[in-house]
Design a protein around this ligand. Sequence first.
Ligand SMILES: Cc1cc2nc3c(=O)[nH]c(=O)nc-3n(C[C@H](O)[C@H](O)[C@H](O)COP(=O)(O)OP(=O)(O)OC[C@H]3O[C@@H](n4cnc5c(N)ncnc54)[C@H](O)[C@@H]3O)c2cc1C
Length: 285
Amino acid sequence: METSSLAQRLSTRFVAGSTLDDALAVGRRLNAEGITVTLDHLGESVTSLEEAAAARDVYLRVLPAIRDAGIQGNVSLKLTQFGLDFSYDECKANVERLVNCAAQMKTFVRVDMESSEYTDRTLDLVHDLHARYGSVGVVIQAYLRRSRHDVERLCREGIRVRLCKGAYLEPHTVAFAHKKDVDRSYVELMKLLMDKGEYPAIATHDEQVIAETKAYAAERKIARDAFEFQMLYGIRRDLQRQLVAEGYRLRLYVPFGNAWYPYYMRRLAERPANVLFILRNLFRQ
Ligand SMILES: Cc1cc2nc3c(=O)[nH]c(=O)nc-3n(C[C@H](O)[C@H](O)[C@H](O)COP(=O)(O)OP(=O)(O)OC[C@H]3O[C@@H](n4cnc5c(N)ncnc54)[C@H](O)[C@@H]3O)c2cc1C
């Protein structure tokens, strides 16, 4: 799929393009619309530590490229792309080089959250690097039963959190199975982060949750520059424009690169109507 030119054309629905220049061009365009970005070089579950080092080197080029292009943006990465399946220590050394570079450049690295087998190691790594460098934050998934406890600790340590619902298939022992429970958990954690968190990122396209966040911010007199909404590139452009027009901060997650297949499949799985959209385009091509 990743090497088929037809499939690659379809991937542009959710992916900025295959090169860093493609991502920077999208970043520039979004900045002009008043939207900041976080660039994600696609790739996860690398098959060797050499691949992990290569992924790290790409990110070490992305940070100065964002600065040199004058783009308002930072980066997001996945620990399995930095070698977590092979060695916690090597993975951490790879991320440390990037976080150190981000600290010197006064920018920021967000560590995405993957499936629940990685949650403890991801949080350990972020807590440790944050204590030494700052400049790093993490993602919390509202569908996990453990998340309230994790958010409380992250707030105590002043670590920035992006709150999302969660995108992986998890057993009901660790995650809420029903949408209404996930949404309830999301709103509870949103309130906790808005009260006690360090510049929270409310990452969702759920209009109801967004409305509750706006209402809570207004009720608690939380300034619009004290938090940001985040959405995925290519999803709900209408809502994105509306938030910016209303004066809220919005950052888009902009993935780029050739290894788009797993990311793309998660986006299709979230909304079956996307499959129809893709099929219709396939026949048009
Ligand atoms: C900036 C950002 C970063 C993220 N990082 C992570 C991460 O690190 N780890 C992780 O597990 N998950 C991550 N996610 C994904 C997240 O967990 C959800 O899977 C995803 O955002 C869909 O949930 P939702 O909050 O939009 O609500 P939902 O209830 O799933 O959707 C609400 C509405 O949003 C729209 N929508 C949602 N998804 C799609 C889609 N794919 N295509 C078209 N419309 C859609 C639909 O209108 C839908 O009705 C991230 C999401 C965002 C926005």
